[in-house]
Design a protein around this ligand. Structure first.
Ligand code: PMP
Length: 393
């Protein structure tokens, strides 16, 4: 707590020391190219295989060869979505949701410009897609459904296994953006009938700039980058062995720690949610009350702006977020919050606490002690606060 309270774990996570230690020899000693046939290619090649096994185990993949390494979720989703769509002959329809991460939405926009038809499923006030609506949108031309496992802003978990069942029964590929969920929720690509799954190593406290794509054996994908044919011909370019080693160890640690950490964090999350909504009038939880990530507490407060809350909290040593770090440079209100039915004012008055490994009960208590005073002070200064608010105290 001396270094401040970090509650922005959805924007970035520190690297686990165990990952760093495992990576170190692959920068200095085992620097060879895994494609080399001589001695120096051997250890990097083995490390690559080990990391595939570690990642496959985390997500329940049957074969290590179903794991490809990339530079992160953005690249994985490009390969998955474009790779499937551009390979499909005669089928030109893709289904996604209205609250996907901008990376997936922009890939879909690219495909739309290439002549594909894209259906954006609406979500309810909790951020969930409707299975009946999804079923109704499926056509003979549908090649792919791409859906996030969990929303990175409001934390809502989608009905992944049910969508997987539907996709499989209709012969449609199913891609999942698992960035927000991996390491937080037990993912099982077999049970959930997922064909392609994207995430980044940093989501698991691994290094930044490396990620993975799960591709079920037999899935028809074409590469989107041409080159030397590494990663089973699907992702050319010399492999980032240290990064991949770090991802493998991070996946192994996540598998060991997932259950205990999810329980610990959901208890802290619930304390924060009950404390904030109980102590601060006109404050509300955004997202689903129960089907949500164990580390996500997303609120909105009437009459004030999230940005001023962030700055006031920052002065008290607390780092929280207003929404997605990837779109924070725009002053636009969050699309996700508008799509779940919030007004622009409500969207601007929202705040996310994303908990993680360093989060403690003492930190939650500190926030619960200080946030009500901060909110009161900002409301007292805000021209939007009605007079009755103060007389009602
Ligand atoms: N999907 C979601 C839900 C995200 O939050 C992010 C950003 N962290 C991405 C995809 C893109 O991930 P990356 O920037 O690691 O490629």
């Amino acid at each position: 707590m001396d270094d401040g309270i970090y509650m922005d774990y959805s924007a970035g996570k520190p690297l686990e020391a165990r990952c760093l230690e495992a990576m170190r020899p692959y920068f200095l000693k085992h620097f060879g190219n895994p494609s080399s046939l001589h001695l120096f290619g051997g250890e990097p090649r083995q490390a690559l295989q080990r990391a595939r096994e570690q990642v496959a185990q985390l997500i329940g993949a049957r074969l290590p060869e179903e794991i490809l390494f990339t530079s992160g979720a953005t690249e994985s989703s490009n390969l998955a979505i474009k790779g499937v769509a551009l390979r499909a002959r005669g089928k030109n329809h893709v289904i996604t949701s209205e609250i996907e991460h901008v990376s997936v939405l922009n890939i879909c926009k690219f495909l739309e410009n290439q002549g594909f038809k894209i259906t954006h499923l609406p979500v309810d006030r909790f951020g969930m897609v409707d299975l009946e609506r999804l079923t109704a949108e499926v056509r003979d031309e549908t090649i792919l459904i791409t859906l996030q496992y969990a929303n990175n802003e409001i934390g809502t978990l989608q009905p992944i296994a049910e969508v997987g069942e539907l996709a499989r029964s209709r012969g449609i590929y199913f891609h999942v953006d698992a960035v927000a969920a991996v390491g937080q929720v037990p993912i099982d690509v077999e049970r959930e009938k997922i064909d392609l799954l994207s995430f980044s190593a940093n989501d698991l406290y691994g290094p930044k700039g490396v990620g993975a794509l799960y591709v079920r054996k037999g899935t028809r994908v074409i590469p989107v980058m041409q080159g030397g044919g590494q990663e089973f011909g699907l992702r050319s370019g010399t492999e980032d062995i240290p990064g991949i080693v770090g991802l493998g160890v991070a996946a192994e640690m996540a598998r060991e720690e997932l259950e205990g950490e999810a329980q610990r964090l959901s208890r802290l999350r619930d304390k924060l949610i009950e404390g904030v909504t109980g102590r601060i009038r006109n404050s509300y939880l955004n997202g689903h009350p129960t089907r949500r990530l164990s580390n996500n507490a997303h609120f909105r407060f009437d009459y004030i702006e999230g940005e001023s809350l962030i700055l006031s909290l920052s002065m008290l040593g607390v780092a929280a977020a207003t929404g997605s770090a990837c779109t924070s440079k725009t002053l636009e209100p969050s699309r996700t919050l508008l799509r779940i039915g919030l007004t622009e004012e409500q969207a601007h008055g929202s705040l996310l606490f994303a908990l993680g490994k360093s989060s403690t009960e003492a930190e939650v208590d500190y926030i619960l002690d200080h946030l009500p005073k901060v909110v009161d002070r900002l409301r007292a200064m805000s021209p939007f606060t009605p007079k009755e608010y103060f007389s009602g105290r």
